[in-house]
Design a protein around this ligand. Sequence first.
Ligand SMILES: [Cu+2]
Length: 123
Amino acid sequence: MEIENMRKTFLFICAAFILSLPGCRRSTTGNTASTTSTAAIAAINLPTLKCNTCVATVKRTVASMDGVESAEVDLKAKNVTVHYLAAKLDIGRIETGISSAGYDANDVRRDSTAYRNLPECCK
Ligand SMILES: [Cu+2]
């Protein structure tokens, strides 16, 4: 009886050890590793940026896009620095997203309807 319990405990420890082997984990995270290897950075000019509300709007817009890891908006320099995954996103789509929020992005003109809907301080 006691030997049987020891045998079960031993088998349980073996199973736990096998499941925690690095080899098993590597196979499940392999895809993540390959997409992070395409990490890219883009600085996009925001010539129509005016105030801190603009900064918050652009930051929220860009940060919510699939593939964006971080977005830092600089009100003085009037630009946004975007860290993104090149496999999921490109600069053109980031520009279009910013335009849809009512702001010029590089040479892409802002969406006029979105601009009209911005708070007064941002026009
Ligand atoms: Cu503003």
